[in-house]
Design a protein around this ligand. Structure first.
Ligand code: PLP
Length: 487
């Protein structure tokens, strides 16, 4: 068992971005906690060595942050007796922003449903949700960009179609037909700023405050937040080896919208079975409801034929299909798409027009060219092979018997996997010790709704992204884990 000594104070929530100045960030995080009272006067700060180990940074970095706090009077040192928060009267007053009017319900909902800050900096093992950036053909992309901007057609420089560039919509429709067996008209395709905007548009247009929305539990919290901010009451539906439990869904009364990740459930990694797909479509018909199908990493299938998307089985115009380019290129591209039942396409485009008019033309035009010239399909193949090789490296080197940890599952799809752990306390130990040596991973417990009735120990697990870094870095990260976890 790792022997991480308990810290005398709660410093949870300090996240440092390795791409920025670490000691400055630590100084700011501690100063903020001193000013808002989370670290009260006379509190003893952890020893620099312990804090450095906890945060996975060097002791010098911690010392520099402490020195700055000392110089500004926020902490005091006692020789041989550690560092203490100074009496509050000697610290600077907290500048209070003016309160302004009482926030209305929409603002309050937003304040209650914040996304955690994104993990930034260069990819590290086992970052979740990012593909292999190192393989993107930037030279080709740069050439296509330069060609577009050297002499853009004036016809494309005015206000464009809020549903997106027509050439790109045609190519997306053709791609979905050939790669997913999803037949649709380009007029049903709306280009978005990634899958998240597509989900958020569904929340804005299909949900009234007070409506019940069913989401997978555990599931993709950012989707839940988008529905909750629109005023939905979130109803978590359990997930088993066949995906979302359709019997449990049928028991959620007065609910007409469900959000699912059928190809590769986020985060457990299971695939929604064909029987469940058909049950879900029947549910939507009975309830006169909607299914939001998030196919965020559908390109990554390593064995077996992928099951038909719900949208391709839908005969009643009840499924909204959501896809993204961000998991096959890189998230910062912010480009995705949705395929809507014909009756909805115009309204979704209108909603986008009110938000932002339309997406920037350069990225759309270059993506269209990237697909038309065959680069996209080649890149998808390369990415699938790379992700499979990285998955294999993780499965091969992963320690066989980790106390409290289930064996690795078989992984047929996606960019991450999920290993069950037998208690929440053990999950925390494993995740904290990994983060302390600079290895990223998430606890499965972070993906559950706060209102879950599931016993906390059943919610525990490790979620590991395997595609972000090459095999050698995966092997090195596992060596670090073996040491950190005392295996
Ligand atoms: C299940 C799921 N859906 C959607 C997204 C968001 O994708 P995008 O970057 O295209 O907005 C993510 C990102 O991690 C995801 O995990």
């Amino acid at each position: 068992m790792p022997a991480t000594p308990p810290l005398p104070v709660d410093l949870s929530g300090i996240r440092l971005d390795p791409g920025q100045g670490l000691s400055r960030q630590l100084y700011q995080a501690l100063r903020e906690r001193i000013l808002d009272g989370r670290l009260g006067s006379r509190t003893r700060l952890p020893a620099t060595r312990d804090l450095a180990a906890l945060l996975g940074i060097s002791r010098n970095t911690v010392t520099r942050a402490f020195d700055q706090l000392y110089a500004e009077g926020y902490v005091e040192g006692r020789v041989g007796d550690g560092t203490y928060v100074a009496e509050l009267s000697t610290a600077r007053p907290v500048p209070q922003p003016p309160a302004g009017p009482e926030p209305g319900p929409a603002l309050q909902r937003l304040q209650n449903h914040h996304l955690p800050p994104p993990v930034t900096g260069a990819p590290r093992a086992f970052r979740i949700g990012v593909p292999a950036f190192d393989l993107f053909p930037f030279e080709t992309w740069a050439r296509l960009q330069a060609r577009f901007w050297r002499k853009p057609s004036p016809a494309r420089l005015g206000y464009g179609d809020p549903a997106g560039d027509w050439a790109l919509r045609e190519l997306v429709a053709a791609y979905l037909r050939s790669s997913r067996g999803l037949s649709c008209d380009p007029a049903q395709v709306v280009i978005t700023c990634g899958a998240q905007q597509a989900i958020s548009l569904c929340a804005q247009l299909l949900v009234q405050p007070g409506d019940r929305v069913a989401i997978e539990n555990p599931g993709y919290r950012a989707a839940g937040h988008a529905f909750a901010v629109a005023g939905a009451e979130l109803c978590g539906v359990p997930v088993d080896n066949d995906g979302l439990d359709s019997t449990a869904l049928a028991q959620v009364e007065d609910c007409r919208l469900v959000y699912v990740t059928p190809s590769h459930q986020y985060p457990t990694g299971v695939t929604l079975s064909l029987a469940r797909r058909l049950e879900l479509l029947e549910w939507a018909e009975r309830r006169d409801g909607w299914i939001v199908e998030d196919d965020y990493d559908g390109e990554y299938r390593y064995s077996g034929t992928p099951l038909a998307p719900l949208a391709s089985l839908d005969r009643q115009g009840r499924v909204i299909y959501v896809g993204t380019f961000c998991k096959i290129t890189f998230p910062a591209l912010r480009l995705g798409y949705m395929v809507l039942p014909p009756a909805l396409a115009e309204s979704f485009a209108q909603r986008r027009a009110l938000d932002m008019r339309h997406s920037e033309i350069g990225t759309q035009a270059v993506m269209a060219e990237f697909i038309a010239a065959g680069h996209f399909q080649r890149h998808v193949r390369r990415m699938r092979l790379a992700a499979r090789a990285r998955r294999d490296a993780l499965l091969r080197d992963w320690p066989e018997a980790i106390p409290g940890c289930a064996p690795m599952p078989s992984v047929d799809a996606g960019l991450h996997l999920c290993v069950r752990v037998d208690s929440l306390a053990r999950e925390r130990q494993l995740v904290d010790a990994a983060r302390a040596v600079g290895v990223e991973m998430n606890g499965l417990s972070e993906y559950w709704l706060e209102t879950s009735s599931e016993p906390v120990d059943n919610r525990a697990g490790l979620v590991l992204g395997f595609a972000a870094v090459p095999e050698a870095q995966i092997a090195e990260a596992i060596r670090m884990l073996r040491r950190a976890w005392c295996l």
